[in-house]
Design a protein around this ligand. Sequence first.
Ligand SMILES: Nc1ncnc2c1ncn2[C@@H]1O[C@H](COP(=O)(O)OP(=O)(O)OP(=O)(O)O)[C@@H](O)[C@H]1O
Ligand SMILES: [Mg+2]
Length: 539
Amino acid sequence: MDPIKASSSLRILLVEDNEYDRQAFRRAFQKSPVSSDITECVRGEEALKIIRTHAPSFDVVVVDYALPGMSGLDLCKGLLHEKTSLPLVILTGRGSEELAVQALKAGVDDYMVKDPGRIYLDLLPVVLPGAVRKHGDRLARKRAEEALRKAHDELEQRVEKRTAKLARTTEKLMLELTERKRVEESLRLSEERFRSVAQTASDAIITVDSRGKILFWNHAAVNMFGYSADEAMGKPLTLLMPERFRKDHDDALKRAVSTGRSIMIGSTVEKVGLKKNNIDFPVELSLARWKTREGIFFTGIVRDVTDRKRAEEAIRHLSQQLIRATEEERKKLARDLHDELGQALTALHFSMEAMHDSLPEELKAQKASCDELIGQVEKLGDTIRDLSSELRPDMLDDLGLVPTLEWYIKDFVKRIGGLQIDFQTIGVKKRPEAEIEIVLYRFLQEALNNIARHAKAKHVSVLLTYSHPKLIFTIKDDGVGFDQTEPMVPSGAKRQPIGLLGMRERVVSVGGSIDIRSSGGKGTVIRAELPIALREAGT
Ligand SMILES: Nc1ncnc2c1ncn2[C@@H]1O[C@H](COP(=O)(O)OP(=O)(O)OP(=O)(O)O)[C@@H](O)[C@H]1O
Ligand SMILES: [Mg+2]
């Protein structure tokens, strides 16, 4: 018996041991309009084997309950257990409805009772396709349910995943938020710190934006300039400076914003401030420039240096007085030396000559001693003249600065051998004030003495230039030079050197400035700049 027959009609596997019943089964279908393709087998074990290998070849399995060996119900249970998924219909004898219920419970699709009148045979072509449909429906429902369950599970999984992701995102957001809060808090704290430091500072601290509008104004600024914070905020910085500086300031600000460069940034400069009550005052300004996303800003630290300037002025005044007094004293000393001692020596000189002449010729030895004494008195006279001229040359008052400097240089070269000194003047047609003249004379004196004592120079050039409104005096040597970073007083020195200090003090006392450039082996240049008004020559 070939278990598989290709057919498009209802493909039935009939498991029936009774030959008579099998024939009746076939006939029932031959009579009916339902076309069928019936495979028959007698034993449950045989049916099980066929279905295991050829399940797709059947549309329905009809099983007689009472089979030899494996019972029809066991076969059904076996097939259901193996998930063959073929519709199963069980045929039972009359009075075995109990069995039919069991079969249905086990998962069989339908049952038919073999009634003695054999009506069930007529019903077969109706019941079997119905069972196949029902089974198909059930299967479809089951699949649909499964698909639904799967979809539901998937959805649940997705929801779970999404929820987890959402939780992670929320957590990340919370972390970011906390971090942001922490940064904001630390910014707030540092801003607070800046403000409290800035507010307690004794210098005015002022911040402006790139257009020069005031954005920050501390308490010291209030006290210094007289404007309250409300009055100052948003106002242009030019409010704080005298009219004459405002345009230059605006130009410099524009330049600093566009190029990022300003000579004032990063250094301390002296400026003039203007108070609310219109009073000028000297300030020292340190400026910083900074940039944020909002733009470019400038913060200035302003110090009122009125007191310092006054003190400096007082010191300058005092040292001027001192220098004047010294010069007066020297002048007096020079005059006394010249007039008193000089006169006395002249008198002594004459008396000794008279004595010499009055001595008789035979007192040769006495006459010779007298000659010698006269020589000594003459020498003493020269020394006194040199001394008094060193203290204060009459020439300076009588002939003026340039001839005196010329004379001093000539005399100096004579005294110090091996030194060549060039002296040149440019544009000095009138005489400076007496006070300036003496400063320049002393300047030359000290510079040349230093060169003679320390420089080992061969050549010195002295240049006096008038370039309105300044007189510039430069003395340059080609000597050994000196290291200006070294302390001026070497350790173990017996006394404090005062030459260069005195030069500086004298120059500063008349409102000038001094610049010394020197380094080991490269010679020395000393330059003084004096602001002056020149007198008519000879006055
Ligand atoms: N032209 C120079 N060449 C080399 N060294 C110099 C020169 N001028 C000054 N110095 C150095 O600078 C130091 C200070 O000079 P300063 O005139 O102040 O003191 P001083 O000449 O040593 O002593 P003082 O002038 O008080 O008698 C000198 O000791 C010397 O070392
Ligand atoms: Mg000196």
